[in-house]
Design a protein around this ligand. Structure first.
Ligand code: PLP
Length: 407
């Protein structure tokens, strides 16, 4: 039984491995291929009769496997395969789970790239139909189930609207019907451990908080040993055959950054909370999961370790119109509050207007039905050493463009 004091960062810290010469960081495996002493060893490995032998780095690279062990410890799942991007992780995991004619029920409020993949590519290229429903509405998920439904797909904290998926209830519903629950936990690493709430498969974009440096793209798929083994299968595994491989050098650098995630996440949250409170006092429509007005505060507290890790580094602000969003975001960048850039989880603040950027692939009607307005802006709050100064700069930028803050 899991200890009541289980903590994802402690679980990760317990992964203590050494380099070949006793180095405190495991050695980087800088090879694409591996030698065999005997030709029949190679043949047996290809036939799957000789487990544990390294073959080729698209199949298995020891440094990528080390990063995978850290992530598996963090998410309390048996195994992990890391990929070259979050989209590669999502695509490979989903294709592995479905066959032509199957169906997926997905939350409507998800990252624009995933939404488009599910709306267009899966039906048109793979013959898999997808029904989109409200992430918080269990009845909608239940109504959408058919005998061909194989997967429920949700984000823990949705991009960009920050809606929390009721994971326990979704998992119970899914499992009653033999359906797998797949959760994208990109917005809530450490904060929520989806496997503790019934998730069968967890995916991440490592590009974001986990790496935290905005210097690379990366992804991960986590699940049972059996499922991750199936992804690596030489004859049927999407992680082997689609070739979404991460490079070993990159895996080593992400693994080192991951080791400080437990320090970064509370600081992102503390700064985001501060800005959210100032915005709220100034009469600006702000959504932040730590504010008392946030409708799903209790659900997030039930799912996540908000006491230790805070309520995340993301917030949204409705600036009323795209014109105002464009003006203010430009001014914020000039004032050095952060960068006008997509992505999130960076040590500096990043901001963008999703309707015209990260969710622009989603058609306008669908944007409207998910509540994504043109003036909505998304902030990934950084590790600012002086968040009060950042707020003063925010106020200066607002003043410059005539965006009224009630003082
Ligand atoms: N999942 C979420 C929630 C995201 O926000 C993103 C990208 O923004 C992705 C997945 C895709 O990740 P990547 O850009 O690493 O492919």
């Amino acid at each position: 039984m899991r200890s009541r004091r289980w903590d994802p960062a402690v679980a990760m810290a317990n992964v203590q491995e050494f380099g070949e010469h006793g180095g405190v960081n495991p050695d980087i495996c800088d090879s694409s291929t591996y030698t065999f002493l005997e030709p029949d060893g190679m043949e047996r490995t290809f036939l799957g009769q000789q487990p544990g032998c390294y073959l080729y780095s698209r199949h298995y690279n020891p440094t990528c496997a080390y990063l995978g062990r850290l992530l598996a410890a963090m998410e309390d799942l048996e195994d992990c395969v890391v990929t070259a991007s979050g989209m590669a992780a999502i695509t490979c995991a989903l294709v592995q789970l479905v066959d032509p004619g199957d169906e997926i029920v997905a939350s409507r409020c998800i990252y624009g790239g995933t939404h488009t993949l599910l709306e267009r590519v899966f039906p048109q290229k793979f013959g898999v139909s997808v029904r989109f429903v409200a992430p918080t509405c269990l009845e909608d998920f239940e109504r959408a189930i058919t005998p061909r439904t194989r997967v429920f797909y949700v984000e823990t904290l949705s991009n960009p609207l920050l809606e929390v998926a009721p994971l326990d209830e979704l998992a119970a519903l899914a499992h009653r019907h033999g359906i797998k629950l797949m959760v994208d936990n990109t917005f809530a690493p450490l904060l929520v451990t989806p496997a503790h709430h019934g998730a069968d498969v967890v995916v991440h974009s490592l590009t974001k908080f986990i790496n935290g440096m905005s210097d690379t793209i990366g992804g991960a798929i986590l699940g049972s040993r059996e499922f991750i083994g199936s992804l690596r299968d030489l004859h049927q595994g999407t992680a082997m055959l689609f070739g979404p491989t991460m490079d070993g050098l990159r895996a080593a650098s992400i693994a080192k950054n991951l080791r400080t995630l437990h320090l970064r996440i509370p600081q992102h949250a503390k700064n985001a909370h501060y800005l959210a409170e100032r915005l709220q006092e100034s009469g600006v429509p702000v959504v932040y999961p730590g504010l008392p007005q946030y409708p799903q505060r209790k659900l997030l507290a039930k799912l996540g370790n908000t006491k230790k890790y805070g309520c995340g580094g993301m917030l949204t602000v409705d600036l009323g119109s795209k014109q105002m969003a464009d003006k203010l975001l430009r001014a914020l960048q000039m004032q050095r509050v952060g960068y006008l850039a997509v992505s999130l989880g960076f040590y500096r603040t990043l901001f963008s207007a999703p309707a015209a950027s990260t969710s622009s692939e989603v058609d306008k009607e669908e944007q409207q039905s998910m509540g994504l307005r043109p003036g909505l802006t998304r902030f990934s709050v950084g590790l600012d050493p002086d968040i009060q100064l950042s707020w003063e700069r925010f106020c200066e930028a607002a003043h410059e463009v005539g965006f009224v803050l009630r003082r």
